[in-house]
Design a protein around this ligand. Structure first.
Ligand SMILES: [Zn+2]
Ligand SMILES: [Zn+2]
Length: 513
């Protein structure tokens, strides 16, 4: 290891040392101002050109954002999302070579309540963010995380576009855009009256103290930082999607850079989110249906962004998060980050190697055969990865968990195929066990009022819930939707005897109503 290290460093240092007097690799005229990677020295002008081009190229290549479309930029105040905001500003500017033509808006979510910050401190941060946003002249929404408690259950239901085929839906969307006016129609299922508070409440003073407490209570019930971060990520995403819907945006732009995504990719594997890797790290994330999340910064490394922000004075705000000042081993996400970042110091191609691997991933449509609409996880809204056959890794995990853990909780037991007969309900389906598992039917009524939450969650989100001492403080919209889904599957189970299989000629009865 040491020898390899020395050799690698030796190779590395030569171009770095000589770059001080080296000419720019691109224009070959001006003296290089920075070294992006060994052998790539650029002058100020060429670096800016390179940076700006990457952003436009990413949007141009994917052709997902149409002219006139309303795009909501999720800005955390950090360097990456502020660089994204800067690029959008530049792209919309009059002098832009290839002008961007969408209509941007900005959203910031204030998470100060989770860090126990005082109202004064939170207001100070929001004032900073507000002045940053005001300079852009874009419409902006500063939303406290407490607003997540006011969301309607409909936010958890992906609004399906006309077709499930992503290739087809793109073409259809383009055609639709050409025909219709650029005004976005808001999903009628979203109750506007419930959500008017969202836009008004840009001031933490307007947030009832009780709501702050509820949110703090919820997070105090979460035992590990890993689960806390995961839950926060989930709630934040729900709030972003809901804001986009109510404010009439159809795209959500996230500032995740290449380094961030490399960390996310490895952390997600460790968290059991393997089935969702592709959708989590790809440029385009269509899981919410009508609101498509895009990541235009995914080609930039954290270093590139820092250099750009520094050289061109891009303003950003340091805002502490749950992870701030925590030890490397405090959570899976934090540990992965420190692993990748430390490895990157000595092996500069670490991030790009992980990132390029991620680009090759594709989502396999595993659940298409279960029902016409595949079941989605209640939290992360990905296709449920727990409805798999007996030979799946998930079943293997369950079996080994069962073998190593004799005393199980009732919630865990309800997921096991061997205990499903306990509910005593007959199952006519040929693929009985799997079918029941997928539909979260069996044993769901066994515990009376107790919520069968886990069967509505993907494997990884189940782990998050298992790390909670109690689910009583989960936001109401999640609980109502869980109840609704449980009720629905219960009804489905009750009438299952009368349902015809898909092979039959007669139309099957729907339990959805
Ligand atoms: Zn140059
Ligand atoms: Zn999930």
């Amino acid at each position: 290891m040491c020898q390899v290290d020395e050799e690698y460093n030796g190779l590395l240092e030569s171009p770095v040392a000589s770059s001080a007097t080296k000419k720019c690799n691109k224009c070959k005229e001006t003296t290089a101002a920075l070294v992006l990677k060994p052998g790539e020295s650029l002058c100020r002008g060429c670096f800016k050109e390179h940076f700006v081009h990457k952003f436009r190229a990413m949007l141009g290549k994917n052709r997902i954002i149409f002219p006139g479309e309303k795009v909501l930029l999720a800005v955390s105040g950090g360097s990456s999302s502020c660089a994204m905001l800067n690029q959008v500003q530049e792209g919309l500017g009059q002098n832009a070579h290839k002008k961007l033509r969408f209509k941007p808006g900005i959203v910031y979510i204030d998470e100060g309540c989770l860090l126990g910050q005082s109202t004064e401190k939170r207001q100070k941060t929001m004032a900073q963010i507000n002045s940053l946003f005001k300079m852009t002249g874009f419409p902006h929404h500063i939303i406290p995380l407490e607003m997540v408690l006011n969301l309607p259950p409909s936010v958890l239901e992906p609004v399906h576009l006309a077709t499930d085929d992503p290739a087809g839906s793109y073409k259809e969307a383009v055609d639709h855009f050409m025909q219709s006016s650029p005004v976005h129609s808001v999903d009628p299922r979203v109750d506007r009256s419930e959500l008017t508070a969202l836009t008004d409440a840009t001031n933490p003073q307007l947030i009832a103290e009780a709501q702050t407490q509820t949110l703090q209570e919820l997070f105090s019930r979460v035992k590990t930082l890993t689960a806390k971060e995961d839950l926060l990520h989930t709630l934040r995403r729900h709030l972003l999607v809901s804001t986009a819907r109510t404010e009439g945006y159809s795209k959500l732009m996230l500032g995740e850079n290449c380094t961030r995504l490399a960390v996310k990719l490895l952390a997600n594997i460790a968290l059991g989110r393997g089935a969702q890797l592709a959708v989590d790290t790809a440029f385009c994330d269509p899981r919410y249906g009508d609101i498509v999340a895009v990541k235009p910064m995914r080609d930039y490394t954290a270093k590139e962004i820092s250099l750009y922000n520094y050289m061109w004075n891009v303003p950003y705000v340091f805002i502490p998060s749950l992870e701030t000042k925590t030890a490397d081993k405090s959570s899976i996400q934090r540990l992965t980050e420190s692993f990748v970042v430390k490895l990157q110091v000595d092996f500069p191609s670490t991030v790009s190697t992980i990132y390029r691997t991620g680009e090759k991933l594709q989502t396999a449509s595993v659940t298409e055969d279960i029902e016409r609409a595949p079941l989605k996880c209640l939290f992360c809204m990905c296709t449920l990865d727990t409805a798999l056959g007996e030979t799946s890794a998930f079943q293997a995990t369950l079996i080994s968990e069962q073998l190593s853990n004799v005393g199980t909780t009732p919630m865990q037991a309800s997921l096991r195929p061997d205990t499903q007969t306990k509910c005593g309900a007959p199952c006519d389906q040929q693929d009985g066990e799997e079918h029941c598992q997928a539909q979260a039917v069996c044993c769901s009524h066994k515990g009376g009022d107790s919520m069968n939450l886990e069967s509505l969650l993907c494997y990884s989100c189940q782990q998050t819930v298992k790390d909670m001492t109690s689910v009583e403080f989960l936001p109401q919209y999640i609980m109502s939707e869980a109840q609704r889904r449980n009720r629905r599957s219960q009804i489905r189970h009750e009438i299952s005897e009368f349902l015809l299989t898909e092979d039959g000629d007669s139309p099957s009865i729907k339990a959805d109503s």
